[in-house]
Design a protein around this ligand. Sequence first.
Ligand SMILES: [Zn+2]
Length: 51
Amino acid sequence: MERIFWVKCPDCSGRFYADYGLRFTDVELICPFCQQSFKVADAKEIDDRWF
Ligand SMILES: [Zn+2]
């Protein structure tokens, strides 16, 4: 199984997951709820757990 991590959008607090390959990069994620783009480091919450 591919590893993913969860992030919380700083704008709308929507929670979604992204490929773990992006976890420590400067790539901007795009929130699927409000289309806001933000860097992983700017996420309101980051959840790294395995499941
Ligand atoms: Zn959002």
